[in-house]
Design a protein around this ligand. Structure first.
Ligand code: PDD
Length: 281
């Protein structure tokens, strides 16, 4: 495997960044995960829009132009012969002697891009049975709209989920409303058949997969409301699912050990998964 690290294509096994990289010491950086489908980068421009926004919020410079980033992502895909898989891109504030303040002498941001193959059939197989999720108190910082590499709460919540036999944790805010998953956005179909997901303005990362699904929902004329839903409402839901570049549309069939709907993947989730790539770009 080949990785791109600060201007060079290097052997993945030997790739590394400096021990004083601020990403390593302070989680002072951001990332993106893009899907690769049929050898093509999926929704590259939308991921670059969000990367630019995350960097702007943290006052880190773009490491190179959008066109150059796109080129390197495609080159990493090509060099790793990825047809179906993911691209990971990480930008940190750079290398400097450890000090919380931004470096006085500006340093170049660090850029790492990797790509790996995944088996598309494995995801589809998982989607045929669906996944279990468990609720978890919201304990992340309020700026979850920034896709930072500071993911310790997500790591702990997801590990907790795994230890309960689940694949994802759903964060629940102080008012009892679901925000999102540890690495996914959360959706339900209410008992009245209305698709619901939380507005991107508060408490969640504005998922690219979420945006594509919203395009699909509009095109298909599926009944939809963008509003927060409570954990209680989720227990009563007809179906549920999560979305992310890494899972696409993944049905949720169990919440805190209780079946959702009939305990099988719902028809809307299944349809949105099947049609996803007709709406992505
Ligand atoms: N996670 N919410 C959170 C907290 C996420 O980490 C992610 C993505 C999403 C979905 O965003 P998108 O549809 O753009 O992938 C929502 C990536 C895949 C990860 O951390 O691996």
């Amino acid at each position: 495997r080949i990785a791109y690290v600060n201007g060079e294509y290097v052997e993945h096994a030997k790739a590394g960044v400096h021990i004083e990289d601020r990403g390593y010491q302070f989680a002072d950086g951001v990332y993106e995960v893009c899907e690769v489908w049929q050898g093509k980068l999926v929704d590259g421009p939308r991921h670059l829009d969000r990367l630019e926004r995350s960097l702007r919020e943290l006052r880190i410079d773009m490491p190179m132009s959008r066109a150059a980033l796109t080129f390197v992502m495609k080159e990493v895909i090509r060099r790793n012969l990825v047809r179906h898989g993911l691209v990971y891109m990480q930008v940190t504030r750079g290398v400097a002697r450890r000090d919380h303040f931004f470096p006085l002498q500006p340093v170049a941001p660090s850029l790492v891009i990797t790509s790996k193959s995944t088996n598309p059939r494995a995801g589809d197989k998982q989607a045929e049975t669906g996944i279990a999720v468990v609720s978890h108190p919201e304990n992340r910082w309020p700026r979850v709209d920034i896709k930072t590499v500071g993911l310790l709460p997500n790591v702990l919540a997801k590990q907790h989920a795994r230890e309960q036999g689940a694949k994802e944790a759903w964060y629940v805010d102080a008012n009892g409303y679901v925000t999102e998953g540890g690495s996914t956005n959360a959706w339900i179909v209410t008992k009245d058949g209305v698709l619901v997901t939380r507005p991107a303005e508060s408490g969640i990362l504005k998922g690219i997969t979420r945006a594509v699904v919203l395009d699909l929902v509009a095109r298909e004329g599926i009944r939809f409301e963008e509003r927060a839903f409570s954990l209680e409402e989720a227990f009563e839901a007809r179906e549920a699912f999560v979305t992310a570049a890494s899972t696409l549309v993944m049905p949720v069939v169990q919440l805190d050990g209780r079946p959702i709907g009939n305990g099988h993947p719902g028809s809307i989730a299944t349809r949105l998964r099947q049609e996803f790539h007709t709406a992505s770009h």
